[in-house]
Design a protein. Sequence first.
Length: 378
Amino acid sequence: MKKIIAILIVLSLGLAGCTGKGDDVDLDFNGTEYRNPLSVGDFTLTDQNGQDVSLSDFEGKVVVVMFTYTHCPDICLAVENNMAYIDSKLDDNGIEDNVVILSISIDPARDTVERLSEYTTDMGFDWPHLTSSNHSELQAVWDDWNVVVNNSHINSDHSSHGDHSDHDGHGDMVHKLGVVFPDNTTITYDVNYSSDMGSVHALNHSMNAFMQHDVMYSVENDSVTSIAMNEAAYELYMWHEMDSGSHWMKASKNATESLLMQDSNHFAWVATDANASLLMDPTMDSESDHSDHSDHSDHSDHSDSDDVIIVEEPYLVGHGTVVFILDEESRKRVAWTGDLSNRKNGEMEVDLFLEDLVTLVHGSSHSGDDSGHEHHNH
């Protein structure tokens, strides 16, 4: 069984904590809010019914966008089931006509229209599940949403359709992000990038690490203020590579000016008064946090024979998951990581996600009884 890694990455600078403000009125979101809402480009893909679906079809509606695939055995299925729960509650909250859910495939080699039709029918998912027979169209969508996908499962021929030579394969690169928490505990995250990653600065790199590993975080004024529920004043460090001896040192530039690969191959955040010398050497193998795909063990069974018979082999696309909520102007407003099955502030995340949808539809924090909708006490 081949294991292919698809990495969902948010490279946006506008992410803030859970207490942000919208452009017109004060809004209180449970998820991670984009301090500066980001517009996204239109796209046209094909749904499970063979119909063209464009993002612009839903102008004036709140749109939920997630990237999944039908052969996913765990987190994608959990997200989809939680989204089915949310879909069933839209009418109860009076927003059924105002919210649209879209699932976009990250596995077009297998997620054909026929496969999506069978999958959505069997699972009872009635919202659009989108794919494209032109894989470059899907890749353009991933790029626009800063969703980085290892294309090996596209480039490899897992079917009898033969030649995929028009897709160039790209290797992966791993850059590290270290953290020293206020109590001097440490962790090092592997952060995966495609070889055509473009320009990434230290704050982008940090958010990529947290999103890939489903770590809750907050940023403010170009700095990280909370990591894994550990609030502190964190200082940026960079790995300084020298022939005479490489070492960690405080970055001379801020997190939006320090560029990955140009200034350093690895960055770290160290809480004030914590011991920076505890940072691990990023060039050495470390016990990095792979919690969001550690259970995807490699069951590959390869023959040494030169005679290769091409068959459709099962493979996994393990990934950290981000679900985006767009406002009525098709701008990213809120991001949620994980499968929405955990508890947050004493409530289920799936219910808090639903609250965020109600908040965006009604344009204000739904904290009163005048809305006539479900209310959760925080």
